[in-house]
Design a protein around this ligand. Sequence first.
Ligand code: GLU
Length: 480
Amino acid sequence: MDTIRTRFAPSPTGYLHIGGLRTALYCYLYAKKNNGKFILRIEDTDQARYVEGTTEIIYANLKDAGLLYDEGPDVGGQYGPYIQSQRKADYLKYARILIEQGDAYYCFCDKDRLEQLHQQGATKYDKHCLSLSKTEIESKLAQGVPYVIRQNIPSSGTSTYTDCVFGEIAVDNSELEDNVLIKSDGLPTYNFANVIDDHLMGINVVMRGTEYLSSTPKYNLLYDALGWQRPIYIHMPPIMRDEKHKLSKRDGAASYDDFIANGFLSQAIVNYIALLGWSPKSNQEKMSLQEMIELFNIEGISRSPSIFDLTKMKWLNSLYVKELPFEQFVQMATPWIDKSMVAGKYDYDKLCKLIQGRIEILSDIPDKINFLAQFDSYNLQLYVNQKQKSDIDIARKVLPLVKRTMMGINEWYNDTIYQQLCQIAQDSGLKNSQILWPTRVALSGQQSTPGGATELAELLGKDESINRINKSIGMLDMTP
Ligand code: GLU
């Protein structure tokens, strides 16, 4: 068996979006699983849609995501160049061979004629130029009449192939249009370039989205006409925003860079998108890239569309955040703390200890910690907590005691503060939670906080803690 060679062939028309990244991931996994090669090819023949700078983003994103390609524009390889606009001569060469064989033809029809055809109800090109004589063609070429080269699709018969996921696909040739292979600017269309390049680059497994399922018979006709072996096809189901809509580039945060900018971790993104259309036999959800390589199988690719679930992606991300080595977490969290109202205040290591296990994505950080810098009035109902056996009266009774105790503490550490507050509980016949809950609310004015009462107190420092308890006592006093 030949070495498996898969390719990711993005068009540099914008950021690398989640659908593209999933294609790249599955191509990578399938190649690596089979000790094969994963190739990157840039499909930039549609100059009108080209967006400057996006090629570099694709290189950077793939590397950041760990999807290292064995061959590609910036890493080289024996089948280069890996950028289609640099391969123009090849396309023309094969287009001419097809013309000579009668599998393609020059078409000189101008916009007006095509428009007219369309208005007359034609659903596809009518093969008008196929009947031009050799002399007519030569004279038009000599006069410089603009032309395209079209594929000559048989008018009858059926084209079939077997897709590894979707099974047998059969299309009546009469439904297929004589597609343009070479445009009037001399550049190939996707429909042509993908076949020529896949063959010349030795690609034997083509993996791409289902939008290509029905045009693949046309590509197969080209392989057959040129006497080339068809690749194996693996089409992947679409990724949907909801039941009805495809997830499009226009949906905010659908690109890899957007997710990173929103505080997702690269491994979590890759892990989550792996599950968008594939699941391992064991239904395991959290997987390293290495585990995915081991578990990846075509049988696990689903035929039905998968719905993008941000909640699940965040949950998966939280697992990766928890696992980060502490120093790395501090490093990654720092820019987010700097963006919060707490910037420059408090000990970042202490802050990070409190938040690492309590956020899903890094961008949760500012909201989680802003209360440390800002202490306004809050709803006194927060003191009412059945589980902690706390209510407003308990808070009224307990907080002055907490304040007095705090004033007497010299060693301002979590452990000492905790011991001393529990001592109040013992002395007054209350439960620890009846001291700790009101203290937590009094210090934060929040329902949920990263860290318990005494951890917060340590972080805030003695003066600020007493200051906040005081304010809270004042608020309770003002309420009947
Ligand atoms: N350039 C095509 C795209 O971005 C690639 C399709 C394919 O993988 O063949 O959709």
